[in-house]
Design a protein around this ligand. Sequence first.
Ligand code: ZN
Ligand code: ZN
Length: 240
Amino acid sequence: MIKDMLLDMIFPRRCPICDRVLGNINGCGGSRCLVCSEHDDLPFVGRVRCMKCGKEIETDTAEYCSDCERYPKIYKRCYPLFNYIEPVKGSILAVKYRNRREYCDYYGSAMAEMLCDTVRRNGIDVLVPVPVHRHKLKNRGYNQAQILAEVVGRHLAIPVCTDMLLRLEDTRPQKELDNLQRANNMKNAFGAGNSHRNYRRIMIIDDIYTTGATMDTCARILMEMGAEAVYGAVVCIGVA
Ligand SMILES: [Zn+2]
Ligand SMILES: [Zn+2]
């Protein structure tokens, strides 16, 4: 009890969306602060979506977004929760670069809610987080994709496996590169780790989907390792 109070003083719980400290006044809105719970205008991905990557598209006569139309994907389907815009964008960047790993509790449970039916319907055996290179892991202290996967796995009672995919080399930050450079950058960045016979239907978990190069590279490796089907789920997806 006293330990909890002390921890709260040193590491106050914060709203995952706006970063406000959840005090007595702001803390009654559940995991989000009262302001963010009341203004429920989070940028959830809209109803009309690409049947492959899950990105919002303008017309429901098209099956795929222009990107998936042009570059066919190996993964079966990706499920994004939010569009990569504010206020989620800043919050996810804080998870990545400002040690706000605790926000994964909120995002992971929101992902679990979104994925509940999908995971059962598609018979997903295991969640595989996109790995980060050990240098990055050492600097940052954690892999946010793995934390997310663990939260989702706990909610949906699905195992999380972290040794199927390997991160081979430190890649340049994707945001500095164009599409073609990203694909090349990714190609050598991942490798096959241990295979697990009982994990055949896999869902890859990541924080951000930009071009899909990461997701699809990981899917290709898992398929080459003998997976039956690979799906993906991300907190947010870049808008065109
Ligand atoms: Zn808030
Ligand atoms: Zn698409």
